[in-house]
Design a binder for this molecule. Structure first.
Ligand code: UDX
Length: 462
């Protein structure tokens, strides 16, 4: 009989997309899939008709959008608010399995940020596996946060922030993902709860691959030895392309890309949450215009703080760049990055964006905003050496120069070559014999062992 898995994504684009990709990967391995979700940012059930969807009654509704300022507050609030309704819903799904011909639930898989679900799963005697949607280096840095706090690194200020973290090269103090968040104490509590409940879980899944992050993966395996760790990425290369986008992508940019020269276009996008000041936005706009390079820029509603729905582009901007520039509200990003015209990606280094860029061999300009983005950017520039980073205040002249370094100069071409080799490794990792392929086989065996243990328990208790 097929076994059922219950998955519970966080209702944010960068978390929901990889969870739904994971659901499709596990479905292809013979599991049935139930998705529990909030009403806020509910996934589109029509895109995955082969899954069963269970909205949590009375969970936050679609009343607000959340940005950097309140995303941590949102996660903490939901972790408290959802305990009882989630428990009742999950208990109903699990008890349903006892009805004739219903598939038994093998385990619960939740986003790492749903720390409250570990106790719920324990009470129902259901194994919980954790999906952490960032990379291995970032998980390890989060694991290290109590040490950072003990050493006083969390209170570093001014020039101290530029110093290297001695225990964690090549991170700088400013890259520690607690810095730069609106309420560092609250972020620290969230990180600790996430790590503690992951340590208490039955396994950790990461959307990364071994050749990219061997050192960080080995470090986590040493740090939390009882938990099996499954690095089975890149997820999006193992499932048919289907949009789990919370916004409608503007497909017209693809026909614009079709008439651009190979590797000539800089794609600019800062993900689904990051917000920047109007002053920074203007420097980006003028730097792009002055660089004279073709660009495709995603200016999402909410990207510019306090723009109150007004068009934030400097007046006359579109006339100035004419056919050389294209601005959209949301792009079909994976398709854009795979397009031969795209030669560079100016990104906030959210992990999905970073991995998507690596998988298409596109070098990056990094403008990390908060959280794991700081670590991802450090790895892009200092470890994998496939991008440049804006370390200081954004100025239009620097923007213009760095765009030309990436898109025109020899340095950029060398990065593109390095990227080609990373792209090949990413591609091979998921093929039979590759490490992500083997790790996925181990994950399937691990999940299957739960249901066997469950059946044994049932047999012994009758
Ligand atoms: C958030 C965090 O910011 C990120 O650091 C963390 O790793 C995951 O959660 P987000 O900021 O949205 O995510 O960035 P990212 O992880 O890059 O995810 C954005 C997703 O939206 C990507 O899959 C990207 O392909 C998609 N996207 C983005 C589009 O499809 N179109 C766009 O125009 C922009």
């Amino acid at each position: 009989m097929r076994k059922r898995l219950v998955l519970f994504p966080l209702p944010l684009q960068g978390h929901q997309t990889p969870m739904l990709q994971l659901a499709n990967i596990l479905y292809s391995k013979g599991f049935s899939i139930s998705i529990i979700h909030t009403q806020y940012n509910a996934p589109n059930s029509e895109i995955n008709p082969h899954f069963t969807f269970h909205p949590i009654p009375n969970s936050l509704s679609q009343c607000e959008t959340y940005s950097k300022e309140d995303v941590i507050r949102l996660i903490i609030k939901l972790n408290a608010l959802l305990v009882a309704p989630f428990r009742d819903l999950l208990a109903g799904i699990v008890s349903d399995e006892n009805a004739a011909n219903k598939e038994p639930v093998a385990c619960l898989i939740t986003d790492a940020m749903w720390y409250f679900t570990q106790d719920v799963a324990d009470n129902l005697n259901l194994p919980r596996i954790v999906l952490r949607t960032s990379n291995a280096a970032c998980f390890y840095a989060f694991f290290y946060c109590p040490v950072f706090k003990y050493k006083g690194y969390l209170s570093a200020k001014g020039s101290e922030l530029e110093a290297e973290v001695p225990e964690f090269p090549p991170l700088k103090m400013k890259d520690i993902p607690i810095h730069g968040t609106p309420d560092p104490e609250q972020t620290y509590e969230l990180v600790c709860a996430m790590i503690e409940k992951t340590k208490a879980s039955s396994g950790l899944i990461l959307n990364t691959f071994q050749q990219l992050e061997l050192t960080s993966l080995s470090a986590i395996r040493k740090a939390i030895p009882p938990i099996p760790i499954f690095a089975i990425g890149p997820f999006h290369k193992q499932v048919p392309a289907s949009s789990s986008s919370l916004f409608a992508p503007d497909q017209s940019c693809i026909s614009w890309l079709n008439v651009q020269a190979p590797n000539s276009v800089l794609y600019v996008s800062f993900g689904s949450i990051a917000a920047i000041e109007m002053k920074e936005f203007t420097e980006i706009a003028l730097g792009l215009a002055n660089s004279k390079q073709p660009f495709l820029w995603v200016v999402r509603p909410g990207l510019v703080r306090c723009s109150d729905g007004n068009d934030p582009l400097p007046s006359g901007f579109m006339e100035m760049v004419a056919e050389r520039g294209r601005v959209v509200k949301w792009a079909p990003q994976q398709e854009v990055l795979a397009h031969p015209a795209v030669g560079g990606f100016w990104t906030h280094t959210g992990w999905n964006s970073t991995l998507e860029s690596i998988c298409e061999g596109v070098p990056m300009l990094c403008l990390p905003c908060f959280g794991d983005q700081m670590i991802n950017a450090r790895y892009v520039t200092d470890v994998w050496k496939v991008g440049f980073r804006f370390e200081d205040q954004l100025r239009r002249d620097d923007v213009e120069k760095v765009i030309r370094r990436l898109m025109v100069d020899k340095e950029g071409q060398e990065m593109r070559q390095k990227m080609t080799s990373l792209k090949e490794k990413a591609c091979l990792s998921k093929e039979p014999g590759g490490p992500s392929y083997s790790s996925l086989e181990s994950l399937v065996a691990h999940i299957s062992s739960f249901s066997m243990k469950g059946q044994l328990l049932l047999f012994l208790t009758h």
